[in-house]
Design a protein around this ligand. Structure first.
Ligand SMILES: CC(C)(COP(=O)(O)OP(=O)(O)OC[C@H]1O[C@@H](n2cnc3c(N)ncnc32)[C@H](O)[C@@H]1OP(=O)(O)O)[C@@H](O)C(=O)NCCC(=O)NCCS
Length: 182
């Protein structure tokens, strides 16, 4: 289990595997985190399906929770793979816990897991507001895609990749990945 000390008031947390029964709590964090960027209700509505975490998706995909000393969830992440390509499917930190190192710790756990299973890179279809976080964590941008929302028809989303340092790297091609929450 991964543990990390944080600045007060959250003095410590653990990162552990998520349980399928936590799907409603993780869905709540995903919606709250997305809304952190000030999106309109109409924009939020268009992400309802992709922000909703099912018990089945937790059972099928590697998923970790960052929890405080009372096992309260502070954030979570999920990765998806078809056995070849690896994608970050979810990474959300509850608004009250943003910028305390939790996102970095969750991402680091996912990267270690993927690397140990032979992944050479992790692809991320990111919210534009989160790009700086991913760049700070070693990602590089490989493209941009249209991500229009009701309040901004010109909105674009960055496509990022984090290299994991093994041979046979092919980060730019990743067909058939699930739809994005971004
Ligand atoms: C984006 C998110 C996952 C980052 O997690 P976090 O716990 O807030 O970030 P951390 O505290 O671990 O920050 C790690 C590093 O990234 C930097 N960083 C964090 N958020 C950043 C941002 N939005 N822009 C630029 N840099 C950022 C930090 O300064 C820190 O840098 P350092 O390691 O040099 O000190 C979290 O803020 C979040 O859930 N945001 C709202 C929802 C969202 O956009 N999720 C991602 C969807 S793709």
């Amino acid at each position: 289990m991964y543990t990390q000390n944080l600045a007060e008031p959250q003095s410590s947390m653990i990162i552990r595997e998520a349980r399928p029964t936590e799907a409603p709590a993780l869905t709540e964090i995903a919606f709250a985190a997305k809304r952190y960027w000030g999106y309109s209700d109409a924009a939020m509505a268009q992400w309802t399906r992709t922000l909703t975490v099912s018990a089945r998706s937790i059972a099928r995909n590697p998923t970790w929770v960052a929890a405080d000393a009372t096992d309260r969830s502070l954030g979570f992440c999920m990765v998806w793979t078809d056995g070849r390509a690896w994608e970050l499917e979810h990474l959300w930190v509850a608004p009250a816990s943003i910028r305390r190192g939790i996102g970095k710790a969750l991402l680091s756990t996912a990267l270690q897991f993927a690397r140990a299973r032979g992944a050479d890179s992790l692809r991320i279809d990111a919210d534009p507001n989160a790009e700086g976080f991913y760049l700070a964590c070693g990602a590089r941008r490989i493209g941009m895609v249209a991500g229009p929302i009701p309040e901004d028809s010109n909105r674009m989303r960055p496509i990022l990749v984090i290299d994991l340092g093994s041979p046979n790297q092919d980060a730019g091609t990743n067909p058939g990945l699930p739809s994005s929450t971004t």
